[in-house]
Design a protein around this ligand. Sequence first.
Ligand code: GFB
Length: 312
Amino acid sequence: MQFSIDNAKIWVPGANGMVGSALLRRLKKENVEVLATTRNDLDLRDTNEVNLFYKNARPDLVILAAAKVGGIHANNTYPADFIGDNLQIQNNVIVRAKKHGVKKLLFLGSSCSYPKNCSQPIKEEYLLNGPLEPTNEWYAIAKIAGIKLCQAYRKQYECDFISAMPTNLYGPMDSFHPEDSHVPAALLSRFHDACKKEQKSVTVWGTGKPLREFLHVDDLADACVFLLKNYSDAPALNIGTGEDISIGDFAKLIKTTVGFSGDIEFDTSRPDGTFRKRLDVSKIHALGWRHRIDLESGLKLYYQWYLEGMMK
Ligand code: GFB
């Protein structure tokens, strides 16, 4: 049976992040009231602030996408922030959601929470059946704790708290920090700069051999709304395209997207991370959702957004 979100007050913390802002765009199509907060309005790590927010704003539904996020280098360099901040954020938002009578909550995990050497494609039931990738185990453990917290509240208090496991994302409002960003943002800006400066080559981290699955954030936002309406169970559901590409080929695709004509070089002193983490998306497909934006068109949209930002 469908869960109705009609006339609901939906809280989207982290509303100016990549996922949060995509959720705001998507929720405009629904008959809902959106409570959007950013890190400047509300520090989600602060229990009192979160409590006060719930008390005053009284949201019916929550989509918890706000998190301390970053690419392989950031995860590896700031382990305390990745585990500590994320545990605080999700504990505050999830535990208080029950106290303040939230009717449904969706928590976003991450495909990096699956064991490093999983069979492929990765099924939901592979969670916790092996060791994690060391570069992101801190973040992964926080995300696993968030999923378990939702499951525990479901089991003990029958709260309708669900979770999802998105694959690697890209899209508007991505972070373009040269060291700390994820690979799509890092390469888009590096190839763009190389074009402008007429460089002979662009450096890509690692061997280029690992495989990644990339989903446009607007597809993720659509899946989140779909799950709020159509999913009510304990397992964290995979959200992705079910297709992956090597980092080397991904770099070539970005090179074509921005029109760079030089060479690609690999810096093998940089870590590769997990070799492969392709999600099995058959469960969400069976429920009736699939992604709409293929990688090539998604990267064009992404670059268009990037160029528009440059002109502002
Ligand atoms: O996007 P990324 O940092 O995330 O890296 P992960 C993906 C792959 O791209 C790795 C390679 O094999 C990198 O070595 N890569 C090549 C680059 N060039 C670059 C570059 O310039 N910058 C970056 N960042 N990578 C993250 C987790 O892992 O996945 C997070 O650490 C999160 O916690 C995210 O879960 C979805 O896929 O390796």
